[in-house]
Design a protein around this ligand. Structure first.
Ligand SMILES: Cc1cc2nc3c(=O)[nH]c(=O)nc-3n(C[C@H](O)[C@H](O)[C@H](O)COP(=O)(O)OP(=O)(O)OC[C@H]3O[C@@H](n4cnc5c(N)ncnc54)[C@H](O)[C@@H]3O)c2cc1C
Length: 470
């Protein structure tokens, strides 16, 4: 396949770049080794669109965080991806540390920052711990579903001419007659430009491309997810004062109505897992911020891996291979920065950033329950699949699942359906819907049980028949 640009890695960064390149008229392909986009750090983070007071002034992190957060409202509106401007607080008992954050925010040109005393803080978060006396309020801080954003960026790119290839294993890259010939186990791509946005896999990809590798470290962040039924009020994102290793164990609502507590920050390998030590640390630290967290209401634990290379993002043209852009060490605030990173990459490649006219608009992810009752009844009358509940907890119907499977990005995993519909995200965590989703995937993709995945290759939901179905 001949393209102008090949993006390797479909996290939020690669998807934002892919999306942008399609919008400026490039022929572009995105490849990922996983079975879906957003299966790396982009599915397992706090989902916060940071205001930008945290990064060190003068860094790429600071610049792209602030630019990214300004792009988010219009971007999410265009993509119909829910973005909730709930604001964020950084709270503690040390005025000077809060003031230092405020000052840093001013240098980074963050709008809407305010220092609040305890009385003002309690008006926003009545259940704050007694020893908290001061806080920084960041009005522009918002929350988003990081995976729905990534998926929708990729899908909008597809309907505007881009191609996404999943489950691709890179084999080699050679330069022939001025173009790179990149081969995977399934395909060959001829391209002038390559963007390595493979996150934790950056060095592995760089070794195949023959480009710069960097000293990359991993830091695991573990979380608890709380049920929507929890009575604890979490009206906005609440951070403790930051430390040398990060922004600390925070509490944040999600756009779906749950709340998260975490992340920890252990130096680690790149394996996602939760640990007793990590979860105990969260239990201890969350109680330092608000009073009434009841961990009996936690319905799930998960972890995400921060990919760190030095103190700043690395986004640069390769000196070893002309036309290759290296993107490494995109830890937090990488989600917030992703749309600004896409613009930055266009500038590095000297591409015009002006977008084409008449670009197509992606259909929103809307479930039956999101429509007025009258419309719901009409939909059920038209299509009986909307009358069949697949996920009782989240009230997701078979029609919703089939819709998700029939969108531009063709997936075959239960977790991919979960990220698109929320089936499996409720109290029973998939106990009821798992097999129903598996069957829907089989029906739409016309595949065997053994070919349906939980998440990635190697997580097949079945190994074969134990008796003849006939
Ligand atoms: C615990 C935690 C909390 C965070 N909280 C926030 C937050 O609240 N706000 C914020 O702004 N940022 C946050 N971040 C940072 C943000 O999540 C990341 O910066 C962002 O998701 C990075 O996106 P990415 O596309 O670079 O990487 P990824 O999402 O990891 O994507 C990389 C992709 O490359 C693919 N890949 C890897 N190797 C190969 C290969 N050999 N061939 C092909 N494809 C390959 C992977 O499958 C993956 O899809 C957080 C991160 C963590 C870990």
């Amino acid at each position: 396949m001949k393209v102008d640009c090949l993006v390797i890695g479909g996290g939020v960064v690669g998807a934002a770049i892919f999306n942008k390149l399609t919008r400026i008229g490039k022929r572009v392909a995105l490849i990922d080794k996983a079975s879906d986009v957003a299966t790396g750090a982009s599915k397992a983070n706090s989902g916060i669109v940071h205001a930008g007071h945290d990064p060190e002034p003068g860094t790429l992190k600071a610049k792209l965080n602030v630019e990214g957060s300004r792009i988010f409202p219009a971007l999410c509106k265009r993509l119909s991806v829910p973005l909730k401007n709930c604001g964020a607080l950084v709270v503690g008992d040390d005025y000077n540390k809060v003031k230092a954050l405020y000052d840093r925010g001013q240098v980074n040109k963050v709008k809407g920052l305010e220092i609040l005393n305890r009385e003002q803080l309690l008006k926003i978060v009545p259940n704050l711990q007694d020893n908290i006396t001061v806080g920084l309020y960041a009005k522009t801080s918002s929350i988003v579903s990081p995976y729905l954003l990534t998926i929708t960026l990729a899908e909008e790119g597809i309907i505007n001419g881009g191609k996404v290839f999943l489950e691709e294993d890179l084999v080699s890259c050679k330069k022939q007659g001025g173009v790179y010939v990149v081969t995977t186990k399934k395909n060959t791509f001829e391209t002038k430009y390559i963007i390595n946005s493979a996150g934790a896999g950056y060095n592995e990809v760089a070794n195949i491309l023959g480009t710069e590798t960097y000293d990359i470290k991993f830091r695991r962040g573990e979380y608890f997810v709380f049920s929507k039924q929890s009575t604890t009020r979490v009206p906005c994102t609440i951070f403790p004062l930051p430390t040398a290793i990060g922004k600390g164990v925070l509490i944040t609502p999600t756009v779906d109505g749950n709340f998260l507590v975490g992340p920890t920050g252990q130096d680690s390998d790149d394996v996602t897992k939760t640990t007793a030590d990590g979860l105990n640390e969260i239990r201890a630290k969350a109680g330092l911020i608000i009073k009434d967290i009841n961990f009996k209401n936690a319905i799930r634990e998960f972890s995400g891996i921060r990919v760190i290379s030095g103190d700043d993002f690395i986004i640069e043209n390769s000196k070893k291979a002309e036309g290759v852009v290296n993107i490494a060490g995109i830890c937090s605030p990488g989600l917030t920065s992703a749309p600004a990173i896409a613009n930055y990459v266009c500038k590095l490649l000297k591409f015009p950033t002006k977008e084409l006219e008449n670009l197509k608009k992606i259909e929103p992810y809307k479930m039956l329950k999101d429509y007025p009752v009258k419309v719901q009844n009409e939909m059920i009358a038209r299509d009986k699949n909307y009358g069949e509940i697949v996920c009782k907890c989240e009230k997701i119907t078979k029609g919703d699942v089939l819709n998700a499977l029939n969108r531009p990005l063709k997936v075959r995993s239960v977790d991919a359906v979960k990220r698109r519909t929320n089936a499996g995200m409720g109290l029973c965590q998939g106990g009821f819907c798992f097999t129903k989703v598996v069957n829907a995937i089989r029906e739409v993709r016309k595949i065997r049980y053994e070919d349906v995945l939980k998440e990635n290759r190697g997580s097949e939901v079945a190994v074969g028949d134990i008796r003849d179905e006939n």
